[in-house]
Structure formats: structure tokens, C-alpha cells
Design a protein around this ligand. Structure first.
Ligand code: NAP
Length: 329
């Protein structure tokens, strides 16, 4: 496979290269792509130096697959150009996710929807992926009615500039700000931009993307997204009301049996998921599983995952693997 990684110099791009190498993705030629600022820079893949190229050079090389993590505007402008050149694009930005003509894919849930005609495939939002990984088996069994979620999101979810802001603040250095306020020792109820309805774009992604991935609009999701000064992964407090009642033991069993989900849940031993331990792992970790005692058929849980891995790079590479294994590219 001739593979282009667009946004190779970024936070997700760096992890993308790591995941491609770890999973031994069948690459015959690798094209590392970034903005004009980075053209000519050297990046390593499997111990070999590669020179960063620009977008037009990459389109002209007609890769089989291009994995984009370079922001929505770059995807809107360039994904169609790659697609026209015959490349299948897997896109990490929000540009195409809610486009009814594009598939929004978490491979464990809906990769079977993919066909060779899908030339631009959307990777869901990082917070959405870990949420639906845990909700999917429970929804199938008990049918969700309503989900209320509050997130505790890592600065790595914003990109290199935000990680730098946190590092600078921790070291007492005045530097460039990714956020309107300090993030160290703070919590910002503000992820992505505010919309007219008073919610942020991140909150509306969490409300809408799961319905598309699970192909069901009969449940609703209400979200509050908060940025906190962690860098290992995103955490989510999730309250789910189901149509049908459940046994906690069966909920744990269903989650345990789900590929890509690990249950860490034992109050006796202080066992619960935490971002510092989810860092650099592919699984979605679920704990604090308990019945909501104020409402029928309702569950509380705590979901943690590395936003740069299953929330971005790993999910995108799994999509690419599915395309290759099923001869769709
Ligand atoms: N961070 C996460 O947890 C996460 C999770 C899921 C999805 N995403 C999405 O992935 C994308 C990248 O996020 P990130 O956190 O990696 O951001 P980042 O660290 O800021 O990196 C951005 C990357 O995009 C490249 N880029 C920017 N403008 C470009 C242009 N005009 N042409 C070509 N390349 C351009 C940058 O290249 P230069 O170095 O040359 O500027 C860099 O490689 C975003 O769309 C984001 O929404 C991020």
C-alpha cells in the first residue's frame, strides 16, 4: 500500500506513525504530508528518515490510502482532491462526519457498512469513540433512551499548541495560549467553539455522532465538555437511562466481552479507570459501574481512553486495515 499521512507533524500524526509501525500496516511507500511550514523537515518511521512533502505533491503521487489529521479546513479542501485521484481518505477532522453521503466508522461497531465506493471515510470525534465503544453492547441489549455525559478532556485533544501551553504554565513560562484562560490548576467548561444554542461544538458532536454510528435516532444525548490539565486521555462521567432493566453483573459481563473494552471496577481495591494509566493503550476502560438510585433502568459509569490512540490514530488505522483486509482499496 502506498500510504499518505496528512498532518504527520501534529499530535495525532505522531501517534499515527507509531500505531502504523506497531501494527505493521502493509506499507510499500510512505508519504508524510504537512503544511508548507514543514515541507523539507525530516521525520522517522521504523528508523528511516522521511522528508515531509506538501499536499499537491502527495495528491500527484496517487496514494492508495491517505489518513488525514490536519484540521477541518484542510480536509474540506484536500480530501476531495485525493478522492478524485483514486485515493481512499480516512479523515480525523469533523469536516465530513455528519455529511449524509459519508460513513462515520468505529470498526468494532459498523465497519461492515464500508464499500469500495467510500472514498472519504470519517473517523468520529475522540470523545464519541470511547463513549460508543461502551454504549454499543448495552444499547443492543437494553435499548438506550437518554444519555447525560460530562467529559474531563485532556489538553492533547486540542493539539500541540495546548500541550505546550500546559507545559509552559507548569514551568512558569509565559508563552503562546491555545485557550482563552490558564489551563494548569483549572477546568474550562469550553471545548471547541460555542454555537448559537449555547452548547459547544464538541458537545454537539457528542450529541449527534453516536446516533449516526449506532444507526438509531431514538435515543438522545445531552453533553457538557470540560477541558482539564491532563495529557494522557479523556475521561467521561456517563449516566444512561435504558428502556429495559438490567443486572449490574450482566452489564459488566457484556462490557468485558466487548473487544476493545476493559472493565476496571472494584471499589474494594480502589480499581477504576484513570487517564494516566490509559495513556498509550488502545483499549477503552470502564469502571464505577453502578445503578442510578434516583431513576428506573438507569446506570452510571466512568469511561476513560487515550484520545490520541483509540480516539484518533488507532481507530483510523483499524479502518485502513479493514479496507485492506476486505480488498476495498
Ligand atoms: N488531538 C486529538 O485527540 C484528536 C482526536 C481526534 C481527532 N483530532 C483531529 O485531528 C486533527 C489534528 O489534530 P492534532 O491534535 O494532531 O493537531 P496539531 O497537533 O495542531 O497538528 C496539526 C497538523 O495538521 C497540519 N496542518 C495544519 N494546517 C495544514 C495545512 N493547511 N495543510 C497541511 N497540513 C496542515 C500541521 O502541519 P504543520 O506542523 O506543518 O503545521 C500538523 O501536522 C484535527 O482535525 C483534530 O480535530 C484530534
Amino acid at each position: 500500500m502506498k500510504v499518505a499521512v496528512v498532518g504527520a507533524t501534529g499530535m495525532v500524526g505522531e501517534v499515527m506513525l507509531k500505531v502504523l509501525a506497531e501494527r505493521n500496516f502493509p506499507i510499500t511507500e510512505l508519504l508524510l504530508v504537512a503544511s508548507e511550514r514543514s515541507v523539507g523537515k525530516q521525520l522517522n518511521y521504523k528508523g528511516e528518515a522521511h522528508t515531509v512533502i506538501g499536499l499537491q505533491t502527495a495528491v500527484d503521487a496517487q496514494p492508495d490510502i491517505a489518513i488525514f489529521s490536519a484540521g477541518g479546513d484542510t480536509s474540506l479542501d484536500w480530501a476531495p482532491k485525493f478522492a478524485e485521484a483514486g485515493t481512499t481518505v480516512v479523515d480525523n477532522s469533523s469536516a465530513w462526519r455528519m455529511d449524509p453521503t459519508k460513513k462515520l466508522v468505529v470498526p468494532e461497531i459498523n465497519a461492515s457498512e464500508l464499500t469500495a465506493e467510500d472514498k472519504i471515510i470519517a473517523n468520529p470525534n475522540c470523545s464519541t469513540i470511547q463513549l460508543v465503544m461502551a454504549l454499543n453492547p448495552l444499547h443492543k441489549k437494553y435499548q438506550m433512551k437518554r444519555v447525560v455525559i460530562s467529559t474531563y478532556q485532556s489538553v492533547s485533544g486540542t493539539g500541540v499548541k495546548a500541550v505546550k501551553q500546559l507545559e509552559n504554565e507548569m514551568a512558569g513560562i509565559q508563552g503562546e495560549m491555545a485557550y482563552p484562560y490558564p489551563i494548569n490548576r483549572n477546568a474550562l467548561p469550553h471545548c471547541d467553539v460555542f454555537l448559537e444554542n449555547g452548547y459547544t461544538k464538541e458537545e454537539m458532536k457528542l450529541a449527534r455522532e453516536p446516533q449516526k454510528i449506532l444507526d438509531d435516532r431514538k435515543f438522545s444525548i445531552s453533553a457538557t465538555a470540560v477541558r482539564i490539565p491532563t495529557s494522557g486521555g479523556h475521561s467521561e462521567s456517563v449516566n444512561v437511562e435504558f428502556q429495559n432493566d438490567f443486572e449490574l453483573s450482566e452489564v459488566r459481563k457484556l462490557l468485558n466481552e466487548t473487544s476493545g473494552v476493559t472493565v476496571q471496577d472494584n471499589p474494594d481495591t480502589n480499581t477504576y479507570p484513570m487517564p494516566i494509566y490509559a495513556h498509550d493503550k488502545d483499549d477503552v476502560f470502564v469502571g464505577r459501574i453502578r445503578r442510578d438510585e434516583t431513576q428506573r433502568n438507569t446506570l452510571n459509569m466512568w469511561i476513560v481512553s487515550d484520545n490520541l490512540r483509540k480516539g484518533a490514530a488507532t481507530n483510523a488505522v483499524q479502518i485502513a486495515e479493514y479496507l485492506v483486509e476486505n480488498k476495498l482499496v
